[in-house]
Design a protein around this ligand. Structure first.
Ligand code: S3P
Length: 438
């Protein structure tokens, strides 16, 4: 990420209009590059997520001996690689740096637990503060030798690769990163692995593994996977747009009094579309067009127009389906009529920032009436927002959510540490300008 702090000033805009192409999905890009690294044959990944998170994954895989090329435009790069097969990874000569990306750290943690060499993974200050015990515990049950700072709670992680055994395990938190890490470890373990989910989290890993020829079965909320007996088949694909990046514009159009935005080629995997479901339930004028499939993942165009939103209560199974979108959903709650309550979202406390605290503090600064709960927040909507100086707390999703609040606030909103948006969406500010200048 750029070292210099950037301040962005957002003004309210009389109209929002235009077509938006959001960056390639981050979760799918991570999985496409890690799984193709283990495959046999060449793969080309078009519309790879351009943010710093997926580039951190690419750098780590290169350090482990995978030859990965990157070309094409900055906003929509093409990544090409030739997998190393099941035993082709090499010990890195230095510490692996996952930067701000928990997905990089946890997925690599799962993979490296079975590889016959030593690995050390670290990250930036935010990532070194995020829970890693939830990764270490199941990997140890599989026989792994993994250690972390703070009595095996935090990164840096040290991993001494070993032969693993399959497990039958119930995921204590609905985390797709932990599920995916265990699935990666299971590919190289002795015996099959069965995972049970209390609540289903995003299933990109399962879909991609099936496309690449792994023996994986999902039944209800359980997944059963067999170790690889032959390498995965390489999978070339065009990554669908990231619904988590689209969410800023879905909310922007819905809360703005004069708006129509079309999002092209956006992923609509049902394990990710909680934001669409909740906006519809709040009364958003939102339509899904041209539904199709790409490499086993559904995508579509989404049209959203100015809407009269009503407050809503959201909790339970929907939370993992919109966990990354809660900061911008809170902005929608500020504009909606009545009370919006978000519960069962304690995971927000261990994201890139404590998103319950940071969202509540920063939206309060803009004049919102919003209160924290231990596992969510309550927003009393309908109070006009008024621009002032706010801070991203070096959290990309907060920076972009505050920008959307700025579009409908009276007076200017100044966002400190706005450069952090490049973690997932480097072209965000440009796209924002495009839809406000018509
Ligand atoms: C992700 C899973 C989610 C999400 C993150 C990406 C993934 O995290 O918040 O942005 O790609 O697996 P958890 O697994 O911690 O819920």
């Amino acid at each position: 990420m750029a070292k210099t702090d950037t301040i962005r000033t957002i003004k309210s805009s009389p109209r929002l209009e235009g077509e938006v192409v959001v960056p390639g999905d981050k979760s799918i890009s991570h999985r496409a590059v890690i799984l193709n690294s283990l495959a046999k044959g060449k793969a080309q990944i078009d519309n790879f997520a351009p943010g710093a998170d997926c580039l951190a994954m690419v750098r780590c895989l290169r350090a482990l001996g995978v030859k990965i090329g990157k070309k094409g435009s900055q906003d929509s790069p093409t990544v090409s690689l030739s997998g190393t097969g099941v035993d082709g990874l090499r010990e890195a000569t230095n510490v692996l740096d996952a930067q701000n990306s928990a997905t990089t750290m946890r997925l690599l943690g799962g993979l490296l637990a079975s590889q016959p060499f030593l690995s050390v993974i670290t990250g930036d200050a935010s990532l070194r503060n995020r829970p890693m015990g939830r990764l270490i515990e199941p990997l140890r049950l599989m026989g792994a030798e993994v250690w972390g700072r703070g009595q095996d709670s935090f990164a840096p992680l040290v991993i001494k690769g070993k032969e693993l055994r399959g497990i039958d395990f119930t995921l204590p938190v609905p985390s797709a990163q932990i599920k995916s890490a265990i699935l990666l470890a299971a590919l190289f373990a002795r015996g099959n692995t069965v995972l049970h989910q209390k609540i289903v989290s995003r299933d990109h890993m399962e879909r991609m593994l099936r496309q690449m020829g792994a023996s994986l079965e999902s039944k209800g909320n359980s997944i059963s996977v067999l170790p690889l007996t032959s390498p995965l088949q390489a999978l070339s694909l065009r990554v669908p747009g990231d619904i988590s990046s689209a969410a800023y514009f879905l909310v922007a159009a819905a809360i703005h009094p004069d708006a129509r935005i079309v999002i092209r080629d956006c992923g609509i995997n049902p394990t990710r579309t909680g934001i669409i479901d909740i906006l519809l339930a709040m009364g958003a004028r939102l339509k899904i067009d041209h539904e199709r499939l790409e490499a086993g993942e559904p995508l579509a165009d989404i049209v959203v127009e100015s809407s009269e939103l009503r407050g809503i209560e959201g909790g339970g199974d929907i939370i993992p389906r919109l966990i990354d979108e809660i900061p911008v959903l809170a902005v929608a709650g500020c504009v909606a009529k009545g009370k919006t309550v978000i519960r069962n979202a304690g995971e927000l406390r261990v994201k890139e920032s404590d998103r319950i605290a940071t969202v509540v503090n920063e939206l309060s600064r803009l004049g919102a009436r919003i209160e924290p709960l231990a596992d969510g927040m309550v927003i009393y909507g309908g109070r006009p927002l008024s621009g002032t100086e706010v801070d991203s707390h070096l959290d990309h999703r907060l920076a972009m959510s505050l920008a959307i609040a700025g579009l409908i606030a009276k007076r200017e909103t100044t966002i400190k540490h706005a450069q952090v948006a490049e973690v997932s969406y480097p072209a965000f500010w440009q796209t924002l300008r495009q839809i406000t200048e018509y």
